[in-house]
Ligand binder design. Structure first.
Ligand code: THU
Length: 160
């Protein structure tokens, strides 16, 4: 038996203005998308913006449903919009921002497990990391270097 340590690293920014300008632009697109979320049940709005290698930004937001499990997270709305519109296009980054009608979200909100899994498929296929940037409504912003760094021991097509 042996024990292994799995490390991941992240950059933490105190404010958006400290980030490189292109990251600020992407996060602002996520914030803009967040404002159009359809989240009448959770009152928790999430926006996601994806930067493609062409420089184009594709955004999405959470879309809820009266049959709760039929709703969808912002990240998957955005990546499927990008994947279906521009198949095989390299994704450079995804920015995520979340807010609530009931309180101020001041902690960075990372993508849920299902969204990490979904996004990792694109990262593996393109053989290039996708940077992940996430924040709440206010407060610190987390920037990680890849999807797989957020998903150790993940499942992928090599097992099939
Ligand atoms: N949500 C997202 O859009 N992304 C996440 O990564 C976590 C959760 C949405 C789903 C649901 O509409 C609301 O936030 C509350 O869970």
């Amino acid at each position: 038996m042996k024990k292994i340590d799995i490390a991941t690293s992240a950059l933490i920014f105190d404010e958006l203005s400290q980030m490189p300008e292109s990251d600020q632009t992407l996060m602002n697109a996520a914030i803009e998308a967040r404002a159009k979320a359809y989240a009448p049940y959770s009152n928790f709005q999430v926006g996601a913006a994806i930067l493609l290698e062409t420089g184009e930004i594709v955004s999405g937001n959470n879309q809820e449903n009266a049959a709760y499990p039929s709703g969808m997270c912002a990240e998957r709305v955005a990546i499927w919009k990008a994947g279906s519109t521009y198949p095989n296009m390299v994704v450079k980054k995804i920015a995520i921002s979340a807010a609530s009608n009931t309180s101020t979200v001041d902690k960075p909100v990372g993508p849920c497990g299902a969204c990490r899994q979904t996004l990792s498929e694109y990262e593996i296929n393109q053989k290039q990391p996708i940077e992940v940037l996430f924040m709440g409504e206010v407060g610190k912003i987390v920037k990680t270097e890849s999807l797989l760094s957020l998903l150790p021991f993940s499942f992928d097509s090599s097992y099939l």
